[in-house]
Design a protein around this ligand. Structure first.
Ligand SMILES: Nc1nc2c(ncn2[C@@H]2O[C@H](COP(=O)(O)OP(=O)(O)OP(=O)(O)O)[C@@H](O)[C@H]2O)c(=O)[nH]1
Length: 384
């Protein structure tokens, strides 16, 4: 069987945010896979999307990275080629997503799975939870065991998908059952060391963005540094929760160490949508030029429950979105000063535009992971 590879034809569909600058989005033409295999040492880390036909792989990719509305996915045609999508979303989230057709036989001798798995950072296996998943579990086992033998460093992620059709009890029961059976299969094959992570996902809510955020975070070696920086920033600024967002995809690449609740995450995602929409309509220059998101991007929204949402640009692709109480916002000068220090530290950690990656992980070519240069003002609420 010969496998064909397809480049994204016109994948830059931002829907309502059409006026994002061209270089704001995702996707650069990639060389053919054959070419890449010869230079696999410096190819971008890959996230593979695998699973049975119609499990929802293409929908996930389109909704998360191309702003397709969930309803539009009803009209997606079946994928019959490997579809490579280059996600150059920010200076440090820099990877390719490969969407595999459901009917691909990975174990066909003509299929160079060794090359594919060798350069892979994460393998996402999508299981349709609304369907009978026995066959999917068999395929999951075959796929991950083969991939693990080639590259034990891969993160194996299982999306129990389309859970929008399931009641809460049914969701939990399905997750427990899938978890149990998949791990039993691994134990039978003496592959206990192979770790699978499970997520309940749907394109009809924010769960797919949250799951993807966690998958991507595992590929960022600087994650502990980023989390530390967010922690230092919020604890010295009276902020309750903060997310460092990739603005286009709404994936959060880091947050503070308090637990993430879906409502806060959704609120922050909605804020990004509002800010970008308003900016697209009213923020561009009269000649239509300019960017909907730039160095000046800043928004403060007061909710009717004494909560404040605060969004500010960090880098060309990243925004910090914070949730805080109204009384903490009285120390706005302190927050602004601390934010200034935070932004500087982030920029030092990731020298903009100078990313290289090795071993399937995302790496900056030059980074300063030291927190020693971070100065944060904490003088009883007054800015320093
Ligand atoms: N209810 C529900 N339907 C979904 C969800 N995600 C995808 N779908 C639907 O599932 C169907 C198949 O989606 P695709 O994305 O084409 O599936 P695929 O896995 O890429 O399929 P192949 O290309 O054949 O391998 C579409 O009709 C989608 O609208 C979801 O979260 N919930």
């Amino acid at each position: 069987m010969s496998i064909q590879y397809e480049e994204p034809a016109l994948a830059r569909n931002y829907g309502v945010v059409d006026s994002f600058p061209k270089d704001f989005g995702y996707g650069v033409e990639e060389p053919d896979i054959e070419e890449e295999s010869t230079t696999s040492g410096d190819s971008k880390p890959r996230i593979l999307l695998m699973g049975l036909r119609r499990s929802g792989k293409s929908s996930i990719q389109k909704v998360v990275f191309h702003k397709m509305s969930p309803n539009e996915t009803l009209f997606l045609e079946s994928t019959n080629k490997i579809y490579k999508d280059d996600i150059s979303s920010s200076s440090f989230v820099n990877f390719q997503i490969w969407d595999f057709p459901g009917q691909v036989d990975f174990f066909d001798p003509t299929f160079d799975y060794e090359m594919i798995f060798r350069g892979t950072g994460a393998l996402i296996f999508v299981i349709d939870a609304q369907d009978d998943y026995v066959e999917a579990l068999g395929r999951l086992h075959l796929t991950v065991s083969r991939a693990y033998r080639v590259n034990p460093e891969i993160n194996f992620e299982v999306f129990i998908h389309k859970v929008d059709g399931l009641s809460d009890d049914h969701k939990i029961e399905t997750q427990r059952d899938v978890h149990q059976r998949a791990n039993d299969d691994l134990a039978d094959a003496s592959l206990e060391k192979l770790h699978l992570s499970f997520y309940l996902t749907s394109i009809y809510d924010h769960s797919i963005f949250e799951a993807f955020s966690k998958v991507v975070q595992k590929l960022i070696p600087q994650l502990p540094t980023l989390e530390n920086l967010v922690n230092i920033f919020i604890s010295n600024s009276g902020i309750e929760k903060a997310f460092l967002f990739d603005v286009v995809s709404k994936i959060y690449i880091a947050t503070d160490s308090s637990p993430v609740d879906m409502q806060s995450y959704e609120l922050c995602c909605d804020m990004i949508d509002v800010v970008i929409d308003v900016s697209c309509i009213y923020g561009l220059r009269e000649d239509g030029n300019g960017s909907a998101y730039d160095k000046e991007s800043l928004a403060i929204i007061k909710l009717n429950n004494t909560t404040i949402l605060y969004l500010k640009e960090v880098t060309k692709f990243l925004a910090l979105v914070c949730i805080l109480r109204e009384e903490s916002f009285e120390k706005k000068g302190l927050i602004d000063y601390n934010f200034h220090c935070f932004r500087k530290a982030i920029q030092e950690v990731f020298e903009v535009g100078s990313l290289t990656q090795r071993t399937g992980r995302l790496q900056p070519s030059s980074s300063n992971n030291s927190l020693s240069s971070v100065k944060i003002g904490v003088l009883n609420g007054s800015a320093v």
